[in-house]
Ligand binder design. Structure first.
Ligand SMILES: NC(=O)c1ccc[n+]([C@@H]2O[C@H](COP(=O)([O-])OP(=O)(O)OC[C@H]3O[C@@H](n4cnc5c(N)ncnc54)[C@H](O)[C@@H]3O)[C@@H](O)[C@H]2O)c1
Length: 382
């Protein structure tokens, strides 16, 4: 059992989980947020887990994410862009959870070709590796609600048109459809899960490069100020990571999922101002303030979003189990305890810039951190 087992829930059904005992599982992106939570679950179920992760600096991979299961999983530091590595690594595997990705929307606009390479071209290449080296493997792909763009209606179901607002959304859409085509044409069983905002232990929280949620969690734990863009009325749905792991596992074991795409979604859509307040209430520290939208983020923002997850519920029985309040409580507790593994401590700790294009988003994050500094010891509003 991992040392932070208290942060894990039991899953919805134990019966399908029995099916992973002794199975060989490849997780791309397994040192990242969702991949490492999946690795913990599967290792504890007795699966033979092989993690492939490039640990590209500034992405979500973190070796601490596998603390407690280091001896139960194999880790291969490799890049999914490398076809020959993947040709070898897919061999003999029963399941592939394909989670490696460039996940920053802003970065996809600043450096579109890296996003194209990882989120689009590599997906095709991984599927070719499977086709030629292990056509019996079952592949589950982590797609995103970002492919829908600005919703035409709410809640968004799988029949909604896809019209992404950014390069990341376009490449993820293509990555998803390669999986469906390889299922339909070559019989490499594959399915795709369109995730909405996922949060929980082991997510990258050092800055807002991937998601504002991460930075808010860090700021709440540090008792600082959370900046909310615009009027704060934008609505989002969220899933706690253990619920997402349940969905990935449901899809993996059920062959009626082959060739299908499924939305996830949360039961408690919430506006961002209220979400920030809820985090502060649960953390018992921090505070929040409305600020104007940074232009670069506004241009690719999708407005209000919440997903319709009736398809996966009716076909596979999935639904979210962890309430927002409970999920946030567990998440904040995790970072209270292990935060030092996710950000550098001390007043000088600033978001890290990896390459010149990062500077703009880091400056924006710095504004948030800077704003928090002055008030770090204030009490939360009543
Ligand atoms: N977290 C969310 O809210 C969310 C929402 C929608 C979709 N998704 C999708 O779920 C997947 C996992 O997301 P996450 O939140 O765990 O992100 P993450 O950044 O924490 O994990 C991604 C992992 O992929 C690895 N990686 C990136 N490029 C790689 C490459 N070229 N070769 C090998 N490894 C590489 C990174 O090092 C990282 O460990 C992604 O594909 C993402 O698009 C996540």
């Amino acid at each position: 059992m991992s040392k932070d087992a208290e942060y894990h829930t039991t899953s919805q059904g134990t019966s399908h989980e029995e099916r992973f005992r002794g199975k060989r599982i490849l997780i791309t992106g397994g040192l990242g947020f969702i991949g490492s939570n999946l690795a913990h679950r599967l290792a504890n179920l007795g699966a033979r887990v092989l993690i492939v992760d490039s640990l590209i600096p500034q992405y979500g991979g973190n070796l601490f994410n596998v603390a407690g299961i280091e001896d139960q999983v194999q880790i291969n530091i490799a890049d999914v862009r490398d076809r020959s590595s993947m040709d070898y690594l897919v061999q003999g595997q029963d399941y592939l959870f394909n989670l490696a990705g460039q996940v920053s929307h802003l970065d996809s606009m600043k450096d579109p070709f890296t996003d194209l390479e990882i989120n689009c071209r590599s997906q095709l290449s991984i599927l070719e590796s499977c086709r030629y080296n292990n056509p019996d493997i079952k592949v589950v792909f982590a797609s995103t609600r970002q492919i829908y763009g600005v919703p035409d209606y709410l809640p968004v179901d799988e029949r909604h048109l896809v019209h992404p607002t950014d390069v990341n959304g376009i490449n993820k859409m293509a990555g998803e459809w390669y999986h469906i085509v390889y299922n339909n044409v070559y019989g490499v069983r594959a399915a795709s899960l369109r995730l909405t905002n996922t949060y929980g232990p082991r997510m990258r929280v050092c800055d807002a490069r991937q998601t504002f949620l991460g930075l808010w969690i860090r700021l709440a734990v540090q008792g600082k100020e959370l900046l909310v863009y615009g009027d704060g009325r934008q609505v989002r749905d969220l899933n706690y990571v253990d619920d997402v792991i349940d969905a990935l596992l449901c899809i993996a074991v059920d062959d009626q999922a082959n060739g299908q795409v499924y939305n996830l979604g949360g039961d408690e859509p919430i506006n961002l101002w209220r979400l920030a307040q809820l985090m502060i209430e649960i953390a018992g520290k921090g505070f929040c303030r409305l600020v104007p939208w940074p232009e670069q983020r506004k241009r690719i923002d999708i407005g209000d979003y919440y997903g319709d997850y009736r398809k996966i519920h009716s076909k596979l029985g999935w639904r979210p189990r962890i309430s927002l309040e409970e999920g946030l409580r567990r998440t904040l507790q995790y970072y209270e305890q292990y935060g030092q593994h996710y950000w550098e401590e001390g007043p000088e700790a600033e978001p890290r810039a990896g390459y010149p294009q990062d500077l703009e988003s880091c400056q924006e994050d710095s504004r948030q951190l800077e704003a928090g500094k002055d008030h770090a010891t204030d009490h939360p509003p009543g």
